[in-house]
Write a protein that binds this ligand. Structure first.
Ligand SMILES: NC(=O)c1ccc[n+]([C@@H]2O[C@H](COP(=O)([O-])OP(=O)(O)OC[C@H]3O[C@@H](n4cnc5c(N)ncnc54)[C@H](O)[C@@H]3O)[C@@H](O)[C@H]2O)c1
Length: 404
């Protein structure tokens, strides 16, 4: 029935991950499970993917045509529905399951009470269903879950890969303990809680859990998604679902100044979609030992927001676009502009090939997205929501426009 399950396989990362898993493991059956939650949110927010995306039946048919393989299938199911999940998990015998089925937009979780409760319920009930059902039916299965780098407390301390011996007020912990987590939005708090649930499932039930603490992912494509236009992955660019480089690319393509929140000196880890997929696929054949909650830090490079804007400006200019940058016009997250100085242990990454340079991913994405630039909804690319309640979404001061 299914050797590898990708929960959340209709999503931005999940779809190219399923494609890569299926093509690299043609002897294994790969099953996508999704309930189209992100598609529903994008529609309700009047955003939507800039690259046209097909429903799962058409995507899977395109895979079969393009790669002449029939080892990829899909199932519509809500992970947060305990009855549906129990019936499903009893019916399969997977070797590895990937859990990506989250409401994954921090701004969405801050929109209001309804969206916050929906995020907490969807993410935490869905994950609890999965670990309890793995415990009951598939205790030897390898669970790969997506954590987020944004869940780590940033206090100038170097971030270990896994636990570390900690000191406080001159006393040292009796053994290694998890690095502190902290978050300023409810979505990341679900990631923190999931990490605790996963630790318990490994320690107390003997499950094998790999937790990939990854930074933001960017890129409109992988080589596989470009093989047929029915296999595009989604590309959100509105202020709620679109991450920073996505918004900058859309703004560059439709001639709106890039909205750098605050002064743009704040930093963010960003990696290419190809690199994200390569790390996740490598884990299919590298299970951790039973009873282990293995942490992998995937944050290959950190950029200031100004550096990212400049990259889009330079690559956009090469394509003949007139790209302007507006700094400090909006500050919906109340960015303080401080870049924290810390190093990150990434021993697992050192075993893998170097990632594609971000500049190249920006250039290739602008080219692919440019074919759909007339579909950009300009109303979506300017921030409208004040998601910290600070008044920051309102225009901070006179807009500062720079052409370089
Ligand atoms: N994109 C990033 O930059 C990034 C960075 C760090 C971590 N992550 C994590 O990676 C994972 C995938 O992110 P993405 O960017 O592909 O997001 P996405 O929203 O595009 O994909 C998530 C998928 O899960 C599905 N889903 C959500 N709840 C579900 C449920 N209850 N039942 C079934 N399906 C459900 C959605 O419909 C969607 O297709 C998430 O866990 C996210 O938190 C993403």
């Amino acid at each position: 029935m299914a050797d590898i399950v990708v929960f959340g396989g209709d999503g931005y990362i999940g779809w190219p991950l399923a494609l890569e898993l299926a093509t690299s493991h043609p002897q294994k059956k790969v099953l996508i499970v999704d309930n189209y939650l992100t598609r529903a949110h994008a529609e309700a927010l009047e955003g939507g993917s800039l690259l046209p995306i097909r429903p799962l039946p058409e995507r899977v048919a395109a895979y079969r045509d393009a790669f002449e393989l029939d080892n990829l299938d899909y199932l519509e199911l809500d992970c947060a529905n305990s009855d549906q999940m129990t019936e499903f998990m009893r019916s399969i015998s997977p070797e590895v399951v990937y859990h990506l089925a989250h409401q994954r937009a921090a701004p969405y979780s801050m929109l209001g009470l309804k969206e916050c409760v929906e995020t907490i319920t969807n993410n935490e009930v869905g994950f609890l269903n999965l670990i309890w059902l793995l415990r009951d039916y598939h205790p030897n299965c390898h669970l790969v879950k997506l954590g987020s780098f944004g869940a780590y407390a940033k206090a100038g301390l170097d971030i270990p890969e896994g636990n570390a011996v900690m000191s406080c007020n001159g006393k040292t912990s009796a053994g290694p303990m998890p690095f502190p987590r902290a978050s300023d939005d409810f979505y990341h708090i679900t990631k923190i809680n999931d990490g605790n649930f996963a630790g318990l499932a490994a320690r107390k039930w003997g499950l094998r859990v790999t937790d990939v603490m990854q930074s933001t992912v960017f890129g409109a494509m992988t080589d596989k998604t470009l093989a047929d236009e029915r296999m595009h992955t989604r590309f959100d660019y509105d202020e709620i679902l679109g991450t920073v480089l996505n918004r900058f690319c859309a703004q560059a393509l439709c001639g709106v100044p890039l909205t750098v929140y605050g002064l743009g000196t704040q930093t963010s880890g960003i990696m290419t979609l190809e690199h994200c997929i390569a790390v996740l696929v490598s884990l299919a054949d590298a299970p951790c030992a039973p009873g282990t909650h293995r942490i992998i830090n995937n944050c290959p490079k950190v950029y200031s927001i100004n550096e990212l804007a400049e990259m889009v400006r330079l690559e956009g200019t090469k394509l003949g676009l007139n790209v302007k940058v507006a700094r400090n016009r909006y500050n919906p997250r109340f960015e303080d502009g401080v870049s924290h100085d810390y190093s990150v242990e990434t021993s697992y990454l050192s075993k893998l090939p170097d990632p594609m340079p971000m500049r190249l991913a920006v250039a290739r994405s602008l080219e692919v997205l440019g074919r759909h630039r007339d579909q950009i909804r300009v109303a979506c690319v300017e921030p409208r929501h004040d998601w910290m309640g600070t008044g920051g979404a309102a225009q901070a001061e006179e807009p500062v426009a720079h052409s370089g």
